[in-house]
Design a protein around this ligand. Structure first.
Ligand SMILES: NC(=O)N[C@@H](O)C(=O)O
Ligand code: NI
Length: 165
């Protein structure tokens, strides 16, 4: 099998099996604050399940990945969603897999610096992949009891070549 992964643009429809894209979607636009603010309403929703669980807001500062990059593992969070919204304005990579009892072949999306993603609960994804320079992200996910991190390690890593920005 060809282990090299192609990179696709991040779009709402392509990402739909994995979660939501957080971007200024005109279909969600509401004018608020006496017309001085545009509200792009309910682009996604945070989920945190389990007694005593809560949704938390974090800042992640991701160091840039080097290429060619080996995707040797995927992870998922069984008890909650996880969203990443870029603050530094730089593009980044989003790597997700369908669940086949284990992660299927990863799919790689290039996200613009004005696009965030919300991984639905229990969706396989690779940890944050910043590009070019250390990049900050607002991250909304779940804190609470139980192990909210499941990891899977591939026998043969997949390869991502340097993205063309
Ligand atoms: N470990 C952690 O909080 N981050 C990962 O879940 C990630 O997806 O980057
Ligand atoms: Ni994660």
């Amino acid at each position: 099998m060809n282990q090299r992964l192609d990179i696709f643009p991040l779009t709402k429809s392509a990402f739909a099996p994995f979660g939501d894209v957080i971007e200024a979607d005109p279909a969600t636009l509401r004018y608020i604050n006496n017309g001085t603010t545009e509200r792009f309403h309910a682009l996604s929703a945070a989920e945190a399940v389990g007694e005593g669980a809560r949704v938390i807001i974090n800042l992640f500062r991701g160091q840039p990945r080097a290429f060619p990059y080996e995707v040797g593992m995927m992870e998922r969070h069984p008890f909650g969603s996880q969203s990443f919204s870029p603050i530094s304005g730089r593009p980044y990579l989003v790597v997700v897999s369908e669940d086949e009892g284990r992660p299927g072949r990863p799919r790689v999306f290039l996200a613009r610096g004005d696009q965030g993603v919300n991984y639905r609960r229990n969706v396989w994804h690779h940890p944050l992949m910043s590009l070019g320079a250390a990049s900050d992200f607002l991250v909304v996910d779940r804190e609470g009891p139980g192990n909210n991190l499941e990891e899977y390690f591939f026998e043969t890593p997949f390869i991502i070549s340097e993205p063309i920005l």
